[in-house]
Design a protein around this ligand. Sequence first.
Ligand code: SF4
Length: 174
Amino acid sequence: MKLMLHICCAPDAAVPWAELSRNMEVTGYFYGSNIHPADEYEKRRSAVEKLMEHVEGQCIYPVPSPHLWLESAEALADEPEGGKRCALCFRIQFEQTARAAVGSGCSHICTTLTISPHKNVVLINSIGNEIAENFGLIWVDRVWRKNNGFLDSVRTAKSLELYRQNYCGCIYSL
Ligand code: SF4
């Protein structure tokens, strides 16, 4: 079974990657167009590359199009974090991941986002399920932060010396 894993950042990806790759062929997808500014994108991408080197994994890094992300999100600029703008952001990212998954012959998709204690995991999995279905894929419905998943991700990020950001990613969260 082949799975494409939407990676929001390297620290969040370590635990899901280890677990999913036990019985699936996993490829990462680092969207990145929501991340502002450009040097922050580079830091997060480098951290994902470092993790991929460590796990001997492959990841797709699409050319970032921050202007396109902004065009979609700017009408929701005043939304609080966790509100409608974030739902749209998840949708944009999962659609891109699903498109790449179909193109790579994957049958399943999943995201690393549910490891965060700050994220609405019900919303994330519901959007993920809907998008996977639209693309003829299976959404792997996981809440990675359960069973100390978040603490494990922090420990792993520290031990691998992965860059850890202190805001979600977009200009509004910054
Ligand atoms: S706060 Fe995070 S999830 Fe919400 S819109 Fe910004 S980057 Fe996307």
